[in-house]
Design a protein around this ligand. Structure first.
Ligand code: S3P
Length: 449
């Protein structure tokens, strides 16, 4: 799959209740980080449950180009042999990250902190996304930006210093990608690199750095304690280890909402990561009246996971506070779909970061709702979706703008609207949930070409 490939339109039609069990693919955030810390450590890293989606495969290819060696032992089972901090080599070619914002930004942090030179590029979506948020702190740490596309975008070329400069950095947006890029550059800094975030974002980098042997302290920050100060002691020796990747809650979100809105459905989603910095959607859906049970809570790979039993539910509109956004930042498209079936208005506050995802997700969601006859309004950075508790008309074609989550969200919608819903291109679904189609079809969903 590349930006040159032909678009693949897909349609979803309303049909019978969804039934059965599924295990969503491995978490994308953790999969990227496993490849990156595998590269930066000494010895072998064994990964179980890796998401083999295009985004992660791009990160794996970049890690290889920077010196790691890799072996795929079976589905989701990989061994990475790293080169250690300071052991990276200049890649022979441009690092092409395709659609992968997380992979590219985290790897910019790696390259920006090490004495190597690399060029980053990607597809039309990635080329439109802001990278200054990463380049600004990296420049403070001694990274040279040798070339960049207009407005601080890819393609861009970075050269890292012999040693990075340790900094204390307040992130300008609640972004785990910014935090992670700075921490990864800080691995090669003699001293403590501290990242201050006004609101806590997903903490997978911090957790995994510790797992590989780094010293990381995390303390509450700010007047209400919602923020975090994350301090990393530089130049540790990272040692390869075992990483078990739990199922991705951001992928689980699609069958979960599908089962809520298709009448009579009951499904079980197995092994879903319940990290509280990722479960904002579940919290919100339960407030809306969703019947979601957390079963068999247990520890897997350092995270709490649970099986989720989901039954079709009558939903009601709620107000989603802006403070919850970091814990469900990727889930707003599918929440908007759930809201279209709810009785009353759902107000989603503080969605400015959605404008700089794989697409302008606020605009793409609004256009998709409009195409399918759902009443809604954008007020500043807030999205309001109005429902009357019945199925919206559907029948529209949705422009996905190279955005996997827009494609999956509106296919889910089409499983319960009066008329089928079409998305103009489903190819990007393979970036995060390559088995989406067969998985949904096995539950009885009428999705296809
Ligand atoms: C991610 C962080 C989020 C999220 C993305 C994955 C990560 O981006 O949207 O899908 O793995 O760190 P931001 O940090 O830009 O909010």
């Amino acid at each position: 799959m590349s930006h040159d490939s032909e678009p693949t339109p897909l349609s979803a039609a309303p049909g019978a209740p969804l039934r059965g069990r599924l295990r969503p693919p491995g978490d994308k955030s953790i999969s990227h980080r496993a490849m990156i810390l595998g590269l930066l450590s000494i010895g072998e890293t064994r990964v179980e449950g890796l998401l083999e989606g295009d985004d992660v495969l791009r990160t794996a290819a970049a890690a290889r180009a920077l010196g790691a060696s890799m072996e795929r032992l079976g589905e989701g089972r990989w061994v990475v042999r790293g080169v250690g901090i300071g052991g990276l080599s200049d890649p022979a070619e441009t690092l092409d990250f395709g659609n992968a914002g997380t992979g590219s930004r985290l790897m910019m942090g790696v390259v920006g902190g090490q004495p190597v030179t690399a060029t980053f590029d990607g597809d039309a979506s990635l080329r439109s996304r802001p990278m200054r948020r990463i380049l600004d702190p990296l420049r403070l740490m001694g990274t040279q930006v040798l070339a960049e596309a207009e407005g601080g975008r890819v393609p861009l070329t970075l050269r890292g210093p012999r040693e990075a400069i340790p900094i204390r950095y307040e992130t300008p947006a609640a972004s785990a990608q910014i935090k992670s890029a700075v921490l990864l550059a800080g691995l090669n800094a003699p001293g403590t690199t501290t990242v201050i975030e006004a609101a806590a974002t997903r903490d997978h980098t911090e957790r995994m750095l510790r797992l590989f042997g780094a010293e990381v302290s995390v303390t509450p920050h700010g007047p209400d304690g919602h923020g975090r100060a994350v301090a990393l002691t530089g130049q540790p020796t990272l040692r390869g280890t075992e990483v078990v990747v739990p199922a991705d809650p951001s992928s689980a979100a699609f069958p979960l909402v599908a089962a809520l809105i298709v009448p009579g459905s009951e499904i079980t989603i197995e092994g879903v990561m319940m990290n509280p910095l990722r479960t904002g959607l579940i919290t919100t859906l339960i407030e809306m009246g969703a019947d979601i049970e957390r079963l068999r809570e247990r520890e897997e790979g350092g995270e709490t996971v649970a099986d989720l039993r989901v039954r079709a539910s009558h939903l009601k509109g709620v107000d989603v506070p802006a403070e919850r956004a970091p814990a469900m930042i990727d889930e707003y498209p599918v929440l908007a779909v759930a809201a279209a079936f709810a009785q009353g208005t759902t107000r989603m506050n503080g969605l400015h970061e959605l404008r700089v995802k794989e697409s302008d997700r606020l605009a793409a969601v609004a256009a998709g709702l409009k195409a399918n006859g759902v009443a809604h309004l954008i007020e500043g950075d807030d999205l309001l979706v109005h429902g009357d508790g019945t199925a919206p008309p559907g029948g529209g074609t949705v422009a996905t703008h190279l955005d996997h989550r827009i494609a999956m969200a509106f296919l889910v919608m089409g499983l319960a609207t009066a008329e089928p819903v079409t998305v103009d291109d489903g190819a990007m679904i393979a970036t995060s949930f390559p088995s989406f189609l067969p998985t949904m079809q096995a539950l009885g969903a009428g999705i296809g070409e």
